[in-house]
Design a protein around this ligand. Sequence first.
Ligand SMILES: *[C@@H]1O[C@H](CO)[C@@H](O)[C@H](O)[C@H]1NC(C)=O
Ligand SMILES: *[C@@H]1O[C@H](CO)[C@@H](O)[C@H](O)[C@H]1NC(C)=O
Length: 992
Amino acid sequence: MLATFSNTVFYTVLQLVLAVLFPAFAVAFGDQQPLGVDHTATQKRVTWDEHSLFIDGKRLFIFSGEVHPWRNPVQSLHLDVLQKLKSAGFNAVSIYFHWGVVEYERGVFRWNEIFDLQPFLDAAKEAGLYVIARPGPYVNAETTGGGFPGWGTRVEGLWRKSNRNYTEAYKPFVREFGALIAKNEITRGGPIILVQVENEYSGFGDGIEDFQYEWQLLQDFKEAGITVPTVCDDAWLGGHFQFVDIYGWNSYPLGFDCSHPEIWHSAPPDYFYNLYNSRIRKHGPKSILELQAGGFDGWGGAGYDACGKLIGPEFERVFYKGMYGSAVKIMNLYMAFGGTNWGQLAEPGVYTSYDYGSIIREDRRLRDKYYELKLQTQFLAVSPAYLTSTPWQLTESKQIEILKGTRNIVLTVLEDTLDLHTKFYIVRHKYFTKFDSINYRIELQTSIGSITVPKADHLLELQARDSNILLVDYLAGKTHIIYSTAELYTWKEIDGINYIILYGDPNEKHEAAFKISGLKDFSSLNTDEEVEWTYQIDDAVLTINFSILEDGDSQSIKFGNTVLLIFCREVASKTWILDTEPPAIVKGGYLIRSASIEGSNLHLKGDLTQATRLHILAAKSVKQVTFNGKSVDTQPATDGWLYVMYTPELPDIELPELLKLNWKRADSLPEISEGYDDSKWVTASNTYTPNREKPAVKEVLYASDYGFHSGNILWRGHFTASGGEDEFWAVVQGGQAFGYSIWDNGVYVGSWEGDVTTGRHRCNFKLPKPWKDGEEHIITVLQDHMGLEENWTAATEHFKAPRGIFDYGFKGAKPKLVDWKLTGNLGGEKYLDVERGPLNEGGLYAERQGWHLPDFDDSEWEAGSPLDGVKKPGVAFYRATFDLDVPLGLDYPMAIEYSNSTGSYYRSQIYVNGYQFGKYVNSIGPQKSFFIPQGILNYNGKNTLAISLWAMQNEGAHLKSLDLRILGKVEGGVGHVKNSPAPAWSKRKNAY
Ligand SMILES: *[C@@H]1O[C@H](CO)[C@@H](O)[C@H](O)[C@H]1NC(C)=O
Ligand SMILES: *[C@@H]1O[C@H](CO)[C@@H](O)[C@H](O)[C@H]1NC(C)=O
């Protein structure tokens, strides 16, 4: 699929052709960018050259994490996630938009409270993060239709092409979203620094990269007011969409099989520096717009903890450092916080949780890998030399020579050619899947000559699944590190002392050398703790040999105005760097969010899960520490550190036992009862579908053709029997893991319970009784809809794949069709619940009536618990209420959990205060625990819980258990959480 012919010839021809068609192309292609700052930037705040981005003239590494605001419908929780990214050392957050949820009805844009992006953008600014906006129009993102609106399935012709039907469809969206971006650009005081146009515009169903589309889309965004640089996200380094200012691409080296988290299937990213230079015309900063930071998990999958293990701290060390080896300067991790596919946001490949195994869990707790990443972000933040470094061209034999004969290590040397000739020696395993460590020596080219290290008689060790960055001629503030075999976490000057933190794994031996000048410097060489180190001084060079101590113990070595702090990885990774003036360093603690200095007080804000001793290095003027506003006993130590002990208050709170609640039940499938009136249903009278995939029968039974794009769909076929019909067969499509059940005049016919892979299923059922001539029969099909398909390959029609009935028929005889009717959510594209959004409701009777909403009067319903369930196939609906009272200042994430239930097949959905927050398929799984965020759960008052139970077998179904569980306890959080709007039930006009 990659271009095999010369880029030059290719572009020359293309330029000629397009220049004739569109004069603007002549400019676009004639513009051979010189190296150096690109003066074509139409604003001054964000510029770039071939090395890095500049913001306000300052180079910086953009370390970004992906978050999807729409996967968390509680606006006041965004700040928590964003502050956690900031504390992890990120300086940017990247967001996909979701066209489909804001323009669900064509031409009507609704960003009611929970879909409004402004609060998220404001929170990013408050947290001190830049924003990379990725509006699409197509985003993929494992969301329904890849973010395309459902009505798009009726717009003929290929999408993501210059096909006018499509461009007319996207223009209002681009105008609307482009204006929002423009308003929030850094040039207008907002946080947005980059805009990604399209997404993974890389593979083409028709084999054609549509340059006209690319160009037009870019112009449309610019016309909407966007002036910051544009980027693209090629699905591989394929050189697509090069009209943008800065070319970017993505990389998912380990793929998405989380079931064997120890096994790495593929290699760390290839050394792509040269490939980039040969393929990309305008050499901007090397930009990875999506780098794997977890994995999505599908129906029947391994679960997200396994994905978090597969893409764990080892992966971060090996693969991310591989990226630095190729001089990447803009890097966005996908995902940093995955969130939830609440209310049918999922595409069929994924289930409710979109945790992604990210550094921040779906419930906003931190994974171990969060802390490893901090070591890398902080290192890059204090290493400006990296920003102008380029790799040496090293053959394998040259690498072995530098490694003094050691094989099986891949060495990349980055050199800062603009500055002091700082070098970064990045070592990693050649056979990265193995679990062996390798001992080696290495010859470093330093400013005082070439030195083979360690000079001491031990060897360095490259641990299994590790990668190390050795430094040469690195300026840590005023301290010149000639070399260090231990990695650098950060350096900070506090009151004239330059603190440098080096780290390694326990028991590793390391060597570091420093330039020192003047005899007085060595005299102050001292230590305050028990250390394992030796030193020697030759010609104004101080060489120190040291071992990394076991967890918890650190060493400090002082010379001149430098204090070297030697930590083990664990301690370094739990050390927080806070940008007070001067900076503060806090060792220990689950999360430190921020610090401020006020007179002699250091105010820390953070989250703690247990009694914790914090060691604090701050300005000398600081004598007293407060934590989350409470003053704490502060003990000074001789070495300038302060010691405080803080015991969080984590009170037990009373949780309801869900199955002991006062449950009410009602039948949610009256559609199969005799005399049910479906006159208000939509008649499936179309005989033409704009869909390319034509049905086998003449009537079009595609839900989207009638405006229903999500949730359960019900079909009712009215027939007059000819006599003798004894079997019914059908081909039904609902997407992977879907299921359906069929009734004949209210008598159960059969079900397909679903499996992991089947998205379209053919059934053939015996009818309960052969039909008699002239009898009226209604065939009711209740089907699940798992979302519209996504496919990042452009110019395919996958997102239009119909949900519904392709084909059906009878055996024995052929009845006369009267008509087919259908319903999905009440109102279809003119959905009723504007606050909870278009995808929250499906077509279940209970949903159409609004039974899932708070304050529906269920007093007339019978008592009945989902534990008792139903005794025959059908759908039951259950309601109960309970109270919660969780004090302010605690962050106790909670989940509703089903127990392992095999036995009879069922599907069940969870609604909390009207929000659908769980879709459970007991025979497929894997998800049984459904996280419900605070703000959807009312932590201080009444909650309405509703459960649907669709039994798919003759014996019926019931739940084995249902629990509300606290997933973790933290003191801290972001304070008051505003509940998302949860309008109460009111009578729905025309509900049926
Ligand atoms: C655009 O839509 C019209 C109306 O549905 C259709 O007739 C036409 O073929 C479509 N164009 C393309 C390129 O598909
Ligand atoms: C996406 O489209 C391409 C091209 O038509 C096809 O080969 C591929 O199987 C599709 N992928 C999915 C997941 O549908």
